[in-house]
Ligand binder design. Sequence first.
Ligand SMILES: *Cc1c(COP(=O)(O)O)cnc(C)c1O
Length: 381
Amino acid sequence: MKKQYLLAPGPTPIPPEVLLTMAEPIVHHRAPVYEKIMQGVREGLKYLFQTKKEVLIFASSGTGAMEGAVTNTLCAGDKALVVEGGKFGERWANICKAYGVKARVYPVEWGRSIDPVSIAQALKEDPSIKAVFTQATETSTGVLYPIKEIAAIVSRHPGTILVVDAISHLGAAELPMDEWKLDIVVAGSQKAIMLPPGLAFAALSDKAWEFVGKSTLPKFYFDFRKELKNLTQNQSAYTPAVSLVMGLAESLKRIQEERLENVFARHAKLAKATREAMLALGLKLYAPQAYSNAVTAVVAPPGVDGQKVVKILRDKHNLTIAGGQDQAKGKIFRIAHLGYVDQFDIILAVAAVEMTLKELGYAVEMGQGVRAAMEVLTEAK
Ligand SMILES: *Cc1c(COP(=O)(O)O)cnc(C)c1O
């Protein structure tokens, strides 16, 4: 028998109610029944993004909205500052390059966070920088960036917007868009939003919309203005991913019922339990300080190939986590606690890691990690 477990940082598990909703007969999108669903979705998304602005929806993976954030706000030859501390930071730089935006890379050592002061310095040195691109959580390293502090700096520059890829972060940890003055927040369906891959989201501040008015980069499908116009009519410019939007209505309802503060507290606790479990096994965290609520990156012990840990977990124990990418390949493995995940998912993931490490010849005292996780999970707060 094979029972599958999914604890990767996307796609993530999906609640049965959401799956069932998506299996319902499809409705026509140019019809009142769909527009009513959209009306609820618009409200739910504003709650999730903690914004009064509209949240645009696209039928694409998250990268589509990242690309749109570049092409809708900038012009060829514009300068941008890209925080690059992992695979997803690289993606911002690559999108900029594809469209002739001059990206100055702000390199961050993998596994480390950023000092917001250096962003202030970069903007002071070159006030012509039009946009700062960053992640909220750099999923490839498990690092959480200080977005609130960065936003406080960028918001003082009237000619610069802050664009945050929150694809793995939104819905897992605090990111109040309006309160923190974030200019663009990008998200995707397959992480904390508990849906299959296929939807991308972008919300823009008034400042960002002003940039949209001046942008001359080419765009067609990801045309933010066109999409906003349709969205305010509970519609979309092109055929939407109807079944995914129906599922989205259901998953947003769940998030609203649990309430954001509880959703964040749950993620924080699961993340802490995972960290404590790994430390109890004598392992090290890849991001020892600025760790994220979404994913825990663990350094494979000496002599153990991180890719092997992932492979044995998948092939022998039917449990999917993620390995390291590029320079972290073989060095780390990443356990996600993202979306539809609860305390027992963490316990079984830790147990499976223990068994796998033992199989790979690493001396573990069975149950030590599980015990540490349980200690955290039974803490009062
Ligand atoms: C998962 C993830 C993406 C993914 O983009 P897709 O186009 O949906 O594959 C981008 N950024 C971050 C930080 C992510 O975690």
